[in-house]
Design a protein around this ligand. Structure first.
Ligand code: F3S
Length: 400
């Protein structure tokens, strides 16, 4: 890979050891993908996990005095204030101490502690045509497809290294010719809400595997939560960095344009039968539930408004817990709108900065959980799981 004089100097360590390690990683990735050089990025999002692998790299960067060159936001870890009172989190708690250290090192390198997995709605919003480095399941396909920014499917570490250097190797989706569709997905059923989009995403991700789906048959412009769910689930059950809905998403007006004039490699048809089968395959039990977890990905304000309207005036069943995960910025607005009060009056809780894939849920092991997210079900910290719409989650958790 060709490096400029400045890039060579960083690689030799003249910009400090942290920047050197970041550059080494980017050069290795660039070489692996035959990149000819680097391209400047305007922003990054690191899907920080607060776990050992995350700690390993960010500690090297922080101890090597690296600093983010462009806005770099972070994923949720744990709402320590909330869980402190619920489970025994202390400095001696091994997983908690890893998560604490991770947060501290991210602060030291100048990352923004947004701790949201939907940063593209508030804290870190790319514009059309921007080259960026975004990791996180919903974030990569959302910014590529809905916004029209350009990012590869980054890991925590490559996104972080790109944020430190302000550049990324130029390969893959940074080139327009690599953003063409690969699979035609004919949707031959109605998609009525965000949950249907989650199930669609779950099915399409599995069927396509790695590729760029082009959807036909989607008649209405999806809402933001529908887009988020589609992106998150396709990029969890599969590895889908972007998609097109010709005439709706920004990079293609027609099917032909979406495929760049080429023929699709695969054709997949989705009817209500596939959606039903997919939904059924996600259920591991039909037992009564002990707990509900919503907000994987983090709920946006519209979704919180909906749960608030469903929970208003109701009470949770005895011994049933109910959590709604969101970002700190969204919770402030939800509090101002009265949504948090409506939700919490039922006994449910709205919490921030937290991801389902964290130790703070360990006490749910063995319990029966319910969620509206196939991704949450996949990462489940509880025992058995039911997956249903938000209406079904509320109906199962509340007294009639
Ligand atoms: Fe977000 Fe964690 Fe789910 S990052 S999408 S809450 S697994």
């Amino acid at each position: 890979m060709h490096l400029t004089n400045d890039e060579e100097r960083i690689l030799k360590g003249e910009g400090g050891e942290g920047a050197q390690r970041a550059m080494e990683l980017l050069v290795a990735i660039g070489d692996a993908f035959d990149a000819k050089g680097m391209i400047p990025i305007s922003r990054a999002h690191a899907a920080s996990s607060g776990q050992e692998g995350d700690l390993f790299f960010v500690e090297i960067l922080a101890k090597g005095k690296a600093k983010c060159k462009v806005l770099t936001t972070t994923n949720p870890v744990v709402d320590f204030d909330y869980f402190q009172n619920l489970i025994n989190i202390s400095e001696e708690h091994e997983e908690a101490s890893v998560a604490w250290k991770v947060k501290d090192y991210y602060r030291q390198i100048g990352a923004v502690m947004s701790q949201s997995c939907i940063p593209y709605l508030a804290e870190n919003i790319p514009q059309y045509g921007e080259h960026v480095a975004f990791s996180e399941s919903s974030a990569t396909p959302y910014v590529n497809s809905v916004i029209g920014a350009l990012t590869n499917r980054e890991s925590i570490q490559t996104a972080l290294a790109a944020g430190i250097i302000g550049k990324t190797p130029e390969y893959g989706l940074h080139f327009q010719e690599n953003r063409k569709g690969t699979a035609l997905v004919k949707v031959e059923c109605d998609l009525k809400d965000g949950f249907d989009y989650s199930i669609l995403g779950q099915y399409v991700g599995k069927e396509v595997g790695y590729g760029i789906p082009v959807f036909t048959g989607i008649k209405k412009v999806p809402t933001i939560d529908q887009y988020i769910n589609l992106c998150a689930m396709m990029n969890t059950s599969g590895a889908i960095p972007m998609f097109h809905i010709p005439g709706i998403t920004v990079e293609s007006r027609t099917i032909d344009e979406a495929f760049g004039g080429e023929k699709p490699k695969d054709v997949i048809t989705v009817t209500s039968r596939e959606l039903k089968q997919t939904e059924e395959s996600l259920q591991s039990t039909s037992k009564d539930i002990d707990t509900v977890i919503l907000g994987c990905p983090h709920y946006n304000l519209d979704q919180i408004a909906k749960v608030a309207s469903l929970l208003k005036g109701k009470k949770l069943k005895q011994d049933v817990s109910f959590w709604v995960n969101t970002s700190a910025t969204t919770k402030i607005l939800a509090e101002r709108a009265g949504y948090v009060m409506d939700i919490e009056s039922s006994g449910a809780r709205v919490i921030v900065d937290t991801c389902i894939d964290m130790f703070c849920w360990n006490n749910l092991r063995g319990k029966t959980g319910m969620t509206d997210s196939p991704k949450c079900a996949y990462y489940r910290r509880f025992g058995d799981v039911r997956v249903g719409s938000v209406e079904e989650c509320v109906a199962s958790a509340t007294r009639s």
